[in-house]
Ligand binder design. Structure first.
Ligand SMILES: [Zn+2]
Length: 261
């Protein structure tokens, strides 16, 4: 081949290569941008797998009262501090065992939560992440507790709304994680509500959906999709992982995170 043709051809290949590379960095359309937190992208690292998930058999943290305010420490206004509370309970021998069972909890709720979280297992074979359930509360990354109903920071019940769960996580900057610095134990805390808006035991289909939704947050999807058909919308979709949810978690787990739970 004459040299000039070869040069033109190789230049052409380089341009094509560059175009493909930049297209790969654009999220597919079905990825909802709300997955990203205001501080950046959050997800677990391959080195942390398999994640250990401890689902409590009904324990509630809402009998732990803040002495000054008289309000449960685990109130929704104090969401950012739930990992501190859980860490101190887990690290002090017997404290977790001493907590009572949430009113309205039934063993079927436990099964529903495990099933709901389990729907994310389908991504394990794609290598995105892996997790396993553990019965040892001293050694988990993600904890699921229960509450009869959520209260605000004034202690008032948030009965009327259909909020069925909350997830709190304290994330660390990737550079601090990679520096090998010893970071404090701050588990991800999910709290699921045992009763519905009118105080009846939460229906099992709803419990499965809310556990699945909260686990999506635990995996790193921070915000809510605006499409009500998505599990990660505030409406929980139909309780299953939609195409948008799947595209979003796949995209998230290909990014280098800014923060690590
Ligand atoms: Zn949510």
């Amino acid at each position: 081949m004459p040299t000039l043709v070869r040069i033109v051809l190789s230049f052409y290949l380089v341009v094509i290569g560059a175009a493909e590379a930049s297209a790969a960095h654009l999220p597919p359309q079905s990825v909802y941008p709300q997955f990203r937190s205001s501080s950046g992208t959050i997800r677990w690292l391959a080195e942390q797998m398999p994640l250990k998930v401890y689902v409590s058999h009904g324990k509630t943290l809402d009998k732990l009262i803040d002495e000054e305010s008289g309000v449960p420490i685990c109130n929704v206004g104090n969401l950012g501090h739930w990992p501190d509370l859980a860490a101190s309970l887990i690290e002090s021998q017997g404290e977790l065992e001493n907590q009572p069972i949430a009113e309205g909890f039934c063993p079927e709720h436990y099964d529903a939560a495990v099933q709901g979280i389990g729907i994310w297992k389908r991504f394990e074979k794609e290598g995105l992440f892996s997790f396993q359930f553990t019965d040892d509360p001293s050694d988990a990354d993600i904890y699921v507790f229960w509450v009869n109903h959520f209260v605000g920071n004034n202690g008032m019940a948030l009965f009327a709304n259909d909020i069925r769960g909350y997830t709190s996580k304290r994330s660390f900057w990737l550079r601090d994680v990679q520096s090998g610095k010893r970071l404090p134990f701050k588990p991800v805390v999910i709290v699921l509500r045992t009763t519905d808006a009118v105080g009846r035991p939460m229906a099992l289909t709803k419990m499965r959906a809310s556990a699945a939704h909260e686990f999506g947050h635990a995996l790193g999807i921070e915000g809510h999709s605006r499409d009500p058909h998505d599990l990660m919308s505030v409406y929980y979709g139909n309780g299953t992982i939609s195409n948008n949810d799947a595209a979003t978690i796949r995209y998230l787990y290909k990014l280098v995170p800014d923060l690590v739970p």
